[in-house]
Design a protein around this ligand. Structure first.
Ligand code: SAH
Length: 218
């Protein structure tokens, strides 16, 4: 069997055993997870573990999230295809690629320039052309293109950064892990009539969101 078909097989098993079996049911999310080749986003030394049930290191002390976490966070945004989405924490670009399959346009913000460039190349390799890469402190959001129908934060925050709620459209959804530096709770925040409605989902562990409305430099 050649390498690409073994990756394909591993990806199908990843979707069935790690994602569908744990209750992710949004068919568009499942299709995107089947379509995007996660191994493109893994660093070469970890490529053989691309479809394993765990996060993977991507350099600079950062990680690409576990496949299930990517799927559940994406499902919580309830995307239909027309949305303008903001992601904070580009990393490898994998989550941005999944979002780009499911929304109209994705703005993704990263503080480490080398990761942003690597992510851009990864998404080009996937043939995606509806992502804008921004290098900035994402805890301040990206006001230039606001409001956003959906916002996803893929690093752990000490609280909900005020600028992110401000940049959320009416009826929009924000998914963010909030807690201390070791463990967080995944929260979904909705803006309804301009008012914040927050719900807790699951316990999780992310790398730090570092910036003005996040943690200070390690
Ligand atoms: N979504 C990524 C994984 C994110 S890891 C993927 O699919 O691969 C978390 C990322 O958030 C890291 O790359 C880290 O550098 C970045 N990050 C942390 N604080 C940030 C901030 N204030 N603004 C933008 N990016 C930030």
């Amino acid at each position: 069997m050649d390498l690409s078909s073994s990756f394909e097989q591993a990806r199908e098993l990843m979707v069935r055993r790690q994602i569908e079996a744990r209750g992710v049911s949004d068919q568009r999310v499942l299709a995107a997870m089947r379509e995007i080749p996660r191994h493109i986003f893994a660093v070469r030394t970890h490529q053989n573990r691309s479809y394993d049930d765990c996060p993977l290191p991507i350099g600079f002390g950062q990680t690409i999230s576990q496949p299930y976490m990517v799927a559940i966070m994406t499902q919580l945004l309830r995307l239909t295809g027309n949305e303008k989405v903001l992601e904070l924490g580009t990393g490898s670009g994998y989550q941005a690629a999944i979002l780009a399959k499911l929304a109209n346009w994705v703005y993704t913000v990263e503080r480490i320039p080398e990761l942003s460039e690597m992510a851009r190349l990864n998404t080009v390799e996937c043939g995606l052309n509806n992502i804008t890469f921004v290098i900035a402190d994402g805890t301040k959001g990206w006001p230039d293109e606001s409001p956003y129908d959906a916002i996803m934060v893929t690093a752990g925050a000490p609280g909900i950064p005020a600028p992110l709620f401000d940049q959320l459209a009416e009826g929009g959804r924000l998914v963010i892990p909030v807690g201390d530096r070791f463990s967080q709770t995944l929260k979904v925040v909705e803006k309804i009539g301009g008012v914040k409605r927050a719900r807790d989902f699951l316990d999780c562990r992310f790398v730090d969101l570092v910036g003005e409305y996040g943690w200070s430099e390690p």
